[in-house]
Write a protein that binds this ligand. Structure first.
Ligand code: ZN
Length: 226
């Protein structure tokens, strides 16, 4: 008889631990970046390439997927760009400032290490990549779309200055898995008020609230020219 109860108990325990990490993990994302440790950090060597556009409404955001052609090297570690997507508001804050939008560029190393590059946006000039992308968002969440002849280069989502913050964070949706490297670009990009309104009409408020820092140290690059 005992064995009959074992499986339901194990399932309950697994569900509980996932919920607990979102609620009480100590390395969660996003955060408010306030106090930082400034030092020379390895430069971000982006090697992004133009690729056929493959995008989906996944029910929460517009997600653009990449095959293995776009890479990011940091020191001797190589990461491959998997996908990018957008959040509004931006999630990570800098010195208390909330940004209206952020792009999350998700990468993976050969050993499976996840690394997110966060590009924040302020309202200002029209963003060329969003000008191309917003009209192509599928009408509903029905899997990947590959609009014929459309190419995309994630380079267009990078600020000209590559100064950055780095901290140890997490996936921002359940199960909130920790051990994800978070890189927040210091220089925000701009998008127009009309572009922000258009995105928010489809995907309003899809960002997670700021999480406690706990014992983490946020590194800030102090490199010449950044
Ligand atoms: Zn995200």
């Amino acid at each position: 008889m005992t064995k009959l109860f074992l499986i339901p108990l194990l399932l309950t325990a697994a569900a509980c631990s996932a919920a607990t990490l979102c609620d009480s993990g100590h390395k969660q994302s996003p955060i408010d970046i306030t106090t930082t440790t400034r030092q020379k950090l390895p430069p971000l060597d982006f090697n992004y390439r133009a690729a056929p556009l493959k995008l989906a409404d996944d029910g929460h955001t517009v997600r653009v997927r990449f095959a293995n052609g776009s890479q990011l090297n940091i020191g001797n570690q190589r990461y491959t760009l998997q996908q990018f997507h957008f959040h509004t508001p931006g999630g990570d804050r800098i010195a208390g400032e909330e940004f209206p939008m952020a792009a999350h560029l998700l990468h993976k190393s050969q050993s499976g290490q996840l690394l997110a590059v966060v590009v924040l946006f302020r309202v200002g000039a029209e963003n060329p990549l969003l000008t191309s992308l917003l009209p192509l968002i599928p009408a509903k969440a029905d899997g990947d779309h590959t609009p014929s002849g459309s190419m995309i280069n994630a380079n267009e989502l990078l600020p000209t200055s590559h100064g950055y913050y780095r901290y140890s964070g997490s996936v921002t949706a359940p199960p909130c898995t920790e051990g994800v490297d978070w890189i927040v670009m210091k220089q925000p990009l701009e998008l127009s008020a009309a572009q922000l309104a258009r995105y928010r009409k489809r995907f309003a408020d899809n960002a997670r609230a700021v999480q406690p820092l706990h014992q983490r140290v946020v590194l800030e690059s102090l490199n010449p020219g950044l």
